[in-house]
Design a protein around this ligand. Structure first.
Ligand code: BYC
Length: 326
């Protein structure tokens, strides 16, 4: 190929394949196959929506936190999740997605978000268990995404994971405090553990033999490990933490497998996962309605910001300012 000649489709594909094979990053201005772009937009948008909808179950406890310390910790945690959503929407924009369009798809039920946020949070122990299980699962799933092949997504994950680790410890510390409290508090923790364990295992997605996107996403190195492998890592990490805390995980099949050097565990109810993903979970309607209302109520802020930006642009790009002043 001469310097002036534009590379053909085969050469572009070859360059892309070599970038993936060498474990290098694909960047926004690089050529990429349309399927790769679409898969990334799908996953990143779902991930962003999960962070934003994920503010609701815990956010419900901000006004009812039992002390000023717990309130300020929870406030900061929920605010971090908003930040994660914003980095991720920005990463999706680098692929040509439009943020308004993504929001529209979320509030009209055309794009997914994580199943886990469709479960209720009836007690303050849920805040602790979400930090421990849900942020713990997020760490297992997202640390490998720091090595995802798409640069902006991988880089966003670095900070997100640091914050999720902090959130997980926050949740665990809250539960340790409750477990050293009254009988009633200990029962509240065990009840929250019983309710969140199986939905947390479902966060990792359907089993590998029923995961239509995994093979392609792993070949492109968007995903680095399969759903089942990450679920297993989460179980292996969490069982000793449960023992230390003094709670029982609600799975009679859970036991150490000497041969595998890993825990055996029961099968999550994947029919329930599919029901929740398709919109029929305990809180799906409530979560989406609340997000839609917040979006509509915020219309005046977007209009004001757009009017301000237009005024600013006109001031700096309008007719010569010395002429205008004359
Ligand atoms: N919930 O072929 P599969 C957080 C969908 S927020 C809903 O295995 P893939 C936090 C899947 O999208 C963290 N949908 O798909 C925030 C696909 O549907 P489509 C959220 C699910 O993409 C606040 C279909 O089922 N984390 O940490 O290869 C407070 C078939 O699945 C779910 C992320 O978003 C589910 N659980 O793998 C605290 C991580 N599972 O699009 C914490 C990034 C599957 O084909 N995402 N589906 O119609 C991923 O790693 C992957 O997208 C998944 C699924 C592992 C989730």
């Amino acid at each position: 190929m001469t310097e002036t000649e534009a590379p053909g489709a085969d050469a572009l594909q070859e360059y892309f394949d070599a970038t993936i094979a060498r474990d290098q990053r694909v960047e926004p201005r690089d050529w990429m196959p349309e399927g790769y772009r679409k898969t990334l937009i799908r996953q990143i948008a779902q991930h962003a929506h999960s962070e934003i909808i994920g503010m609701q179950p815990e956010g419900d406890w901000i006004t009812r936190a039992p002390s000023l310390r717990r309130k300020s910790i929870l406030f900061a945690k929920v605010q971090d999740e908003a930040g994660h959503g914003l980095y991720l929407y920005s990463a999706a924009e680098t692929l040509g997605a439009d943020r308004d369009d993504l929001t529209e798809r979320l509030i009209t039920g055309r794009q997914k978000y994580s199943s886990i946020f469709n479960y209720p949070t009836p007690t303050f122990a849920d805040v602790g268990v979400i930090g421990w299980f849900v942020d713990g699962a997020a760490i297992c799933n997202q640390v490998p995404l720091c090595r995802s092949s798409y640069g902006p997504y991988a880089r966003a994950m670095v900070r997100v994971c640091k914050e999720e680790s902090f959130h997980q410890r926050q949740g665990y510390e809250l539960l340790m405090t409750m477990m050293s409290g009254t009988e009633g508090q200990r029962a509240m923790v065990q009840d929250a553990v019983d309710r969140w364990w199986w939905p947390s295992l479902m966060m990792f997605g359907p089993p590998d033999d029923n995961s239509p996107n995994s093979e392609r996403s792993m070949a492109w190195k968007i995903k680095r490990h399969s759903n089942d492998e990450l679920r297993q890592r989460f179980v292996d990490m969490t069982v000793p933490q449960a023992e230390h805390l003094g709670v029982t995980l609600p799975d009679p099949e859970l036991r150490w497998n000497e041969e595998r050097g890993r825990y055996d565990f029961g099968t999550p109810d994947y029919a329930e996962l599919m029901r929740v993903i398709s919109g029929d979970g305990p809180c799906n309607a409530e979560r989406v309605t609340r997000r839609r209302t917040a979006h509509e109520d915020g219309a005046w802020v977007r209009e004001a910001a757009a009017a301000h930006a237009a005024k600013h642009t006109a001031r700096h790009t309008g007719p010569d300012r010395t002429e205008a002043a004359a």
